[in-house]
Design a protein around this ligand. Structure first.
Ligand code: ZN
Length: 241
């Protein structure tokens, strides 16, 4: 017996009577179930992604920055974004710690690029790893804040920032000299010993960064440098190590 009620035109098959109430096509039902499952998984992934991105501790003015809205004016800018992605891809693929240096004058998008790279990590389902953002002086201040507070322990803060899988230290060389430089260098050094990846952005030139770090830290940081991305508004250059 085949009529419009118990025949599925789409699948060219007979429907079955479900709970003695309605005629349903088994194939249509399983398609529907698959669609619901897929939507559920997509939502789960979206929620996880936004939770993970919240944990990066991105400051408010950088919250909406990503690699997809990095200002691309020419093919060199395209290369910058591509190099950022390649850095993450290489880190995941080789399963090793790699560092990245982003240098250039103020206002060219160094922080934007760094934050975009962190988000890209999670977009690549790098979920099991923990990535984080901090300014250099903010990081140093966090450690210094423990010195006069008996409830806080300097070693705890140092350890926290040594264990993060990928850490952005933004604006190295800005308001972070003297004692603060010692702290930052200690963190960079320990991160290397702990096989963790570090992205540093700075207005300083590479030679000045080497000087800031001192030979002990710089030799370690640069030994695992993936790329030195120099963003320069007029004369853009990019060197790969
Ligand atoms: Zn059907």
């Amino acid at each position: 017996m085949s009529n419009q009620l118990n025949y599925c035109e789409k699948h060219k098959c007979s429907k079955v009577l479900v709970r003695e109430r309605s005629w349903e096509c088994k194939k249509c039902l399983s398609e529907l179930l698959e669609k619901v499952n897929q939507e559920f998984e997509e939502n789960l992934l979206k929620n996880l992604l936004s939770k993970k991105i919240n944990s990066i501790q991105i400051p408010l003015d950088l919250k909406n920055k990503g690699l997809d809205n990095f200002q691309v004016n020419d093919e060199y800018d395209e290369k910058i974004v591509l190099r950022g992605k390649e850095y993450v891809d290489q880190m995941i693929k080789s399963n090793t710690h790699l560092n990245l240096l982003i240098t250039g004058p103020t206002g060219v998008g160094k922080s934007h690029l760094a934050v975009g790279i962190l988000k890209y990590c999670y977009e690549q389902k790098y979920f099991r790893k923990f990535v984080c953002y901090s300014t250099s002086f903010g990081l140093a201040n966090k450690v210094i804040a423990t010195w006069n507070n008996h409830d806080l322990n300097e070693e705890d803060v140092l350890r926290e920032y040594t264990e993060i899988e990928l850490l952005v230290i933004d604006d190295l060389g800005y308001d972070d000299i003297g004692k603060k430089a010692e702290i930052i260098n200690k963190i960079i050094y320990r991160r290397h010993e702990n096989h963790k990846s570090t992205i540093i952005t700075s207005n300083l030139k590479v030679e000045q960064i080497v000087e800031y770090m001192g030979s002990r830290t710089s030799s370690r940081f640069f030994s695992h440098l993936y790329a030195d991305i120099q963003i320069d508004t007029e004369d853009f250059r990019m060197r790969r190590k």
